[in-house]
Ligand binder design. Sequence first.
Ligand code: ZN
Length: 191
Amino acid sequence: MNRLVDELASLPGIGEKSAGRLADYLIRQPEERVRRLTEAITDARENVHHCRECYTLTDTELCPVCSDDNRDHRTIMVVEDTRDMQAYEKTGKYTGVYHVLQGAISPMLGIGPNDIRLKELIARLEGDISEVIIATNSSLEGETTAMYISKLIRPTGIKVTRIASGVPVGGDLENIDEITLLRALDGRVEL
Ligand code: ZN
């Protein structure tokens, strides 16, 4: 029981108390239910990897967005993680593709440009790209990353835009409602 509580407490957002409650709940469940839960975790870990084009998490080689010929593959929206991409996908209004950095530059946490999928983004720009929309979060890390990317892309002559600051400062894209997301996208400014 202690081992289970320790494991649960090590998950993000779960404190010692919640871990205890969860453990208590789990051991009261039918064995079949617990087996399905552990299987779902194992399956996800084994089968989910990064899309070879945009680096989002997916269980196919190319994610559904990248493999969709009806999307505008010349417009790339740069986001920090898969949840941000899902937030924009939920609006159903964005027709371009994405690039998922899997993080943001943070000197404080020792995360530099080489620790996120930036080289991969630059490699994609060799193709036929008309616009890069930077949609990193409006946190210090997100802004630092946006600035870094815009400087990197400017010499290529490709249009670089940043989503409008309708997104509250420090706000994670995934927690923002769809209308605000679309307003931020429509109001994007050229860098
Ligand atoms: Zn993809």
